[in-house]
Design a binder for this molecule. Structure first.
Ligand code: ANZ
Ligand code: ZN
Length: 764
């Protein structure tokens, strides 16, 4: 018998599958409906790491199972190829971002091949190529046309190292998510997408139309933060004013108008226009300090700070004069930037009142002030301008006469020029390329108009790539509508939990925009979302180069083969869990596959017993159900249990063949090799049907429980699996056994010890 030598068989089959084209997607093939299996597209960092393996391998096992079950599975993949890391790496190493990126894509495509997936690379997208980003520009222009893309000024999170604006969700603990440097606040003119127009539509309804994890739906709903309240006017007290004319007000937004009688002071944000009006030295100092903090810090500040403005307003319910304070716990960009403080009912206000010795009075919770109903959202418009080189150029021309002029659709794409000095200079790199920058205005023909020199946030690229996969070379629109209506929505979308507030929300927003344009008919792009956990280094810490605890999948594949790595990733923990890598466990998996390899030697002509059939059909059901519900680890465990069972008996051809089909989604190479060499099949195991289980063999399992009297074995009794937790039932059955009754003999039972499912001992 030959030895199990993974390297040989894996390369052989990868080549063979490729040549035979067995994974080519065919919408016509299969007895059941289409199934769009999607994994978040990887960033081409140049190295396919374990995180990629963990995202793709179980997803591939799921896809293979679906295909064997008769679905027409569509499993494409591409690369999220624009973005800062390429530019930063290029600056560091003097290689052009495009060359760096394309080289990485080549390397990673090769690494992907070693994984043995059923990905069909004919359906793909590389976002940094004009063929893709021309459609980013098309979508942008449609958004501009509809007023969804607009230019505005905003106090923004600014990364001084990357020299770019950052969205809130790209700040972690006050620091830039990419480079880790401290984020500052800066007023910047930039492009926005009016995602807030879609705030209501983006809120997940109850019950949800799609199967997305509850924590994602709740996380997104909280982020959108729909809040129903009222706008109330507080009259500013002006001692000099005699008449009723020229009254001035400070308007507040409150969700609790019923607490107005308990409002003992007003607080305005440092940026509020009222403050500028009365700016005294002390206040201006305070305002400057506050503006150095990020919004996050201001929300989270435990120690409240503030200054008194010297002014008073009138509480519209009590008629009392109450002081106006400035404090940065009130944010300028939310509501009206001013609040009525009710220290009796609101915790933040109470902290503030206690610190500055302001009155705290009871509210009746019955106050009914006059005001206007108002709905606010915490969600902000999405800033999409990046002052960097490696991205999609914004297809707009700035003309002195016409203002912002869209590049005509027929002139797309606005190609990203190759020879540009992309080192940070405090202005966008594209603005340094005069030749590219200067154009005739497409509207009035004036010379000396300028192209927009900013590029789009890469989250723009990834908000719709799964539409492009369906018809990657389509030339009339971003995607072929008829293909999309056949294949979308996505049936399952695999990815990481870090994309709850950014990427997946943006992708939902684009889908709603596409629906408005009449491009699609559905509301959600993915029916189901499945989020994977994280594999930590062997030392239990996050893998990082600086810690030296990074496990390189290429090394492990070289040592054990891809099938072992695949099985290990499915088996090591529940898919959504976080757990360290274990070298011990991986060699255990390798031994398991060696035993599978040797199992073929035991094939004989034998009749199957009832117990053999029960074991086989139970395993078919278990592995299928678990693959269907993403419980990969317990599916593998069931295969191990069945192997143990088969190892100590003669194995029939039927059992063996069934075993290989169940193993195929997890370990496609070894399953294929044995299917040909031992089952002597001419077909690929991957084109076979998933085995069918028969209900009649799924009878309930009985457990044998030992019965002792004073520690001595007196009987064993069979108890149904479903009853072993019920001690009273087990005890009853044991006492009623004739052989046990003899020893109990009517004596007083002093104590009963029950080891669940194993043993019961009576002490008399
Ligand atoms: C009085 C009051 C009494 C309030 C009470 C709450 C509880 P959400 O749900 O987030 O919309 N608020 C309004 N604008 C604010 C701003 N720019 N910065 C900080 N806080 C602001 O919360 C709305 C509530 O948060 C408003 O209702 C206001 O305080 C405060 F027992 O008014 B409330
Ligand atoms: Zn013009």
């Amino acid at each position: 018998m030959t030895r199990y030598f993974p390297k040989e068989i894996e390369e052989k089959w990868q080549k063979e599958w490729q040549e035979q084209g067995i994974y080519k997607f065919d919408l016509e093939k299969g007895s059941k409906g289409k199934y769009y299996n999607l994994v978040e597209l990887p960033y081409p960092s140049g190295d396919l790491h374990l995180g990629h393996w963990f995202a793709f391998v179980p997803a591939d096992a799921h896809a293979r199972y679906k295909r064997m079950s008769g679905y027409r599975v569509f499993f494409p993949n591409g690369f999220d190829a624009f973005g800062l890391p390429a530019e930063n790496a290029a600056i560091k190493r003097g290689i052009h971002p495009k060359d760096w990126t394309m080289k990485n894509i080549e390397t990673m495509t090769g690494q992907f091949a070693t994984m043995g997936t059923m990905i069909d690379w004919d359906y793909s997208a590389i976002t940094c190529l004009p063929e893709y980003y021309t459609w980013n520009q098309w979508i942008f222009l449609k958004m501009f046309e509809k007023g969804i893309a607009y230019r505005g000024k905003a106090l923004s999170n600014w990364c001084p190292v990357d020299q770019t604006v950052l969205a809130n969700e790209h700040i972690e603990g006050g620091r830039c998510w990419r480079c880790g440097s401290e984020v500052v606040q800066k007023e910047v003119e930039q492009w926005f997408l009016k995602i807030t127009d879609y705030a209501d539509e983006l809120i997940w309804s109850q019950p949800p139309q799609a199967q997305w994890p509850r924590q994602v739906r709740e996380g997104q709903n909280n982020w959108i933060g729909r809040s129903e309240g009222m706008l109330l006017n507080f009259e500013i007290v002006e001692k000099a004013r005699k008449d009723n004319k020229n009254k001035e007000y400070i308007q507040v937004f409150t969700t609790r108008p019923d607490t107005t009688d308990g409002a003992t002071f007003l607080v305005v944000a440092p940026e509020h226009k009222f403050v500028a009006k009365i700016l005294a030295k002390e206040i201006s100092e305070y305002v400057r300090k506050a503006q150095r903090k990020t919004e996050m810090e201001r929300k989270e500040d435990r120690v409240k700070s503030g200054v008194f403005t010297g002014k008073y307003v009138i509480n519209p319910v009590t008629g009392k004069e109450i002081p106006v304070w400035v404090s940065d716990y009130v944010l300028a960009g939310y509501g009206t930037g001013a609040i009525m403080a009710v220290p009796y009912a609101d915790e933040r206000d109470r902290e503030f009142a206690e610190k500055f010795k302001l009155p705290i009075i009871k509210t009746s919770f019955k106050a009914k002030p006059k005001g206007e109903k108002k709905i606010n959202y915490h969600l902000r418009d999405w800033s999409i301008s990046r002052q960097r080189y490696w991205g999609t150029p914004v297809p707009i021309v700035h003309c002195r006469r016409c203002g912002l002029v869209p590049v005509p659709f027929k002139d797309l794409p606005v190609e990203l020029p190759y020879n540009v000095d992309y080192t940070p200079k405090g202005k966008p790199p594209l603005a340094t390329d005069e030749e590219w920058l200067k154009v005739k205005c497409p509207r009035c023909g004036t010379e000396g108009a300028k192209r927009d020199a900013e590029t789009l946030d890469t989250f723009f690229d990834s908000a719709w790539y799964f539409y492009r996969y369906v018809s990657p070379h389509f030339g009339d629109l971003p995607f072929d509508k008829s293909k999309v209506s056949e294949l979308m929505p996505v049936d399952v979308y695999f990815g990481g939990s870090e994309h709850t507030l950014g990427h997946t929300l943006y992708a939902r927003f684009f889908t709603k925009f596409f629906k408005n344009l009449g491009l699609v008919k559905f509301d959600e792009f993915a029916k189901k979302r499945v989020q994977h956990g994280v594999i930590l280094g062997p030392d239990g810490n996050r893998m990082s180069k600086s810690r030296g605890n990074v496990v390189n999948p290429d090394d492990v594949v070289r040592e054990y083969g891809a099938d072992t790595v695949r099985l290990y990733l499915c088996f090591m923990m529940p898919y959504e869990a976080t757990s360290p890598w274990s070298s011990g466990a991986i060699s255990g998996i390798y031994r398991f596959l060696k035993r599978v390899w040797d199992l073929g030697e035991k094939i004989e002509k034998v009749d199957l017993t009832v117990s053999d059939l029960t074991m086989m059909h139970k395993t078919i059901k278990k592995v299928g159900d678990d693959l269907n519900t993403f419980q990969f680890n317990t599916a593998v465990a069931a295969l191990m249990t069945w192997l143990n069972y088969l190892s100590v008996k003669k194995v029939s051809k039927e059992e063996y063949e069934t075993y290989l089909r169940l193993l195929a989604p997890f370990a496609p190479h070894i399953a294929e090799e044995l299917y040909h060499s031992k089952v002597l099949s001419a077909n690929s195991v991957h084109l076979e049907n998933w085995p069918q289980y028969q209900d009649k063999y799924l009878v309930e399992e009985m457990l044998q429980i030992v019965v002792q009297v004073n520690g001595k074995l007196r009987d064993t009794i069979g108890i149904q699996n479903s009853e072993v937790k019920n001690q009273n039932y087990v005890q009853d059955r044991a006492v009623n056994s004739e052989r046990v009754a003899k020893y109990l003999n009517g004596q007083n039972i002093r104590k009963v010890i029950y080891v669940e499912g194993k043993l019961i001992n009576f002490v008399v």
